[in-house]
Write a protein of this length. Structure first.
Length: 163
């Protein structure tokens, strides 16, 4: 049995769709919201422990893949929950919105508030996913950890760069 197999089957088209939506959505969001992110990020005062800018795309691609796979596993259960789908969609939308708030519009305080809501939604989604499928819940844990770290970076960067 692989992580792609749920209830003894793999639905390749659904799997591809569930993986591509967050990964491609993240790429498109990254392109649209963070066009000048490298120069913006380079010019910001950053807190200790801030990673170099090249780390973010690698980490986010992995996290988007994991969350897409987790969503696939939960949605393949015999009675998928509408609430699970709604929570997942909300957290994914909030995830995409954050890049616009922080980079495109420079609203770092608003981005901090939003990332607090995002972390709450991710935690709720992870809890729900874990109730449905232990592997799916476990796949969401790195996302919680990374967004917790990003929350700290967001807050510190906001404080260091207040005008």
């Amino acid at each position: 049995m692989t992580v792609f197999e749920v209830n003894g089957k793999v639905e390749k088209a659904k799997l591809a769709s569930d993986l591509l939506i967050p990964v491609v959505g993240g790429m498109v969001t990254g392109f649209l919201a963070t066009k000048n992110a490298k120069s913006i990020y380079r010019n910001l005062k950053k807190p200790k422990g801030s990673p170099p800018s090249w780390v973010f795309p690698a980490v986010w691609t992995s996290l988007y893949s994991l969350m897409g796979l987790a969503n696939y596993r939960v949605s393949m259960k015999q009675k998928p929950s509408v609430a699970d789908n709604i929570l997942y969609d909300i957290q994914l939308g909030l995830n995409f919105l954050w890049s616009f708030l922080f980079f495109r519009w420079g609203l770092r305080g608003t981005a901090f508030t939003e990332i607090c809501v995002l972390l709450t939604m991710i935690t709720l989604t992870t809890y729900r996913f874990y109730q449905e499928d232990k592997k799916a819940g476990a796949m969401m844990v790195p996302y919680i950890l990374w967004v917790s770290y990003a929350l700290r970076l967001n807050y510190s960067t906001w404080q260091l760069n207040k005008s």
